[in-house]
Design a protein around this ligand. Structure first.
Ligand code: GLN
Length: 314
């Protein structure tokens, strides 16, 4: 059943209008660049599995992709090494701990458990082949661009801000290495991971990237096949379990869609076979999820009755 265009636009407009008033949270400040982004920016976008676009507010404002990049590097690595290798080398379960937790590693013999926390994402980046960091990075940037259907670019300003402050992630890289869970030089993996977090996207890009997953791995706007359909369900399952970090359980319980957030204020949810919803608003809750963005995505999902765990309307 396809949703009428006016119904989707009305849901996007209503979510933007009613969530504008949602207050609370604060910009991430451990990455200096993110602290300076205007907190009032707020955009919502939906892209359907057949490529229609709906927008409200600052849907074309660029922001740092941050952790949402983990989804697309996971997609690339899954294409390259296969879903079983991801399960064995990284793990595919929730950690129940914050995204940059060292304790999560300590509790599991140095194994990251999930490709969507920092440790697992650094290990995932280490699985992407290339003669050097630049070659590996070129593949990751290319996959982000193919998911978005346009050339995505690195922000030198974001990257410098992160590369000069990412001591904690470097420590995670060395811990992975000592546990045999990093598959390239660990500092190269952290460098590449840090670059993948430093690209600029818009809510419209994120919705298109999510719609590529909703459409089974084919970008519905560019019509390019980006990943194999058989890999999509694994990625969406990971997003369900760890996409909003320690907020993932509540998100599944209340919204019922695979999602992914980033400390840049972006958030994405995918309704398989139907559409993707993205929002951008910088202030974050204590788990690192955009407060207003999560509210807006949840609002759209609810008004379009997209909860995967609800019986379909008869
Ligand atoms: N670049 C950030 C980091 O490594 C991404 C974290 C996030 O978005 N949750 O800490």
């Amino acid at each position: 059943m396809t949703l009428p265009a006016q119904t989707i636009q009305a849901a996007v407009d209503a979510a933007h209008a009613s969530c504008k008033a949602v207050a609370g949270g604060a910009n991430a400040s451990y990455i200096p660049y993110l602290a300076k982004v205007p907190s009032s920016l707020f955009g919502v976008a939906v892209v359907t599995a057949d490529g229609a676009l709906y927008q409200a507010g600052d849907a074309d404002a660029p922001f740092a992709i941050e952790s949402i990049s983990k989804v697309f590097t996971l997609a690339l690595a899954t294409e390259l090494v296969g879903p079983d290798a991801i399960r064995l080398k990284i793990g595919v379960s929730p950690t129940g701990l914050p995204f940059n937790s060292v304790m999560a590693l300590e509790l599991h013999n140095g194994k990251p458990l999930s490709p969507l926390v920092n440790a697992g994402a650094i290990a995932t980046a280490s699985l992407v082949p290339g003669d050097d960091a630049d070659a590996c990075w070129a593949r990751i940037l290319d996959v982000q661009s193919r998911f978005a259907g346009r050339k995505i670019e690195l922000s030198e300003e974001v990257n410098t801000s992160e590369q000069t402050t990412n001591f904690h992630n470097r420590a995670i890289g060395w811990l992975l290495c000592s546990a045999g869970a990093c598959y390239s030089d660990p500092m190269r993996a952290v460098d590449v991971y840090t670059r993948q977090c430093s690209t600029l996207v818009t809510a419209t890009d994120l919705a298109t990237m999510g719609a590529t997953l909703a459409a089974g791995g084919m970008n519905p706007r560019s019509k390019e096949r980006v990943i194999a359909e058989s890999n999509v369900s694994h990625i969406l399952a990971e997003m369900t379990m760890e996409g909003l970090y320690t907020g993932s359980g509540e998100w599944a319980y209340t919204v019922g869609l695979p999602g992914k957030s980033g400390v840049g204020g972006g958030i994405l949810a995918v309704a398989p076979g139907k559409l993707a919803i993205a929002a951008f608003s910088p202030p974050l809750d204590s788990a690192g999820n955009s407060v207003r963005g999560a509210a807006a995505v949840a609002h759209v999902a609810k008004s379009l009755q997209l909860n995967l765990y609800a019986a379909p309307r008869r």
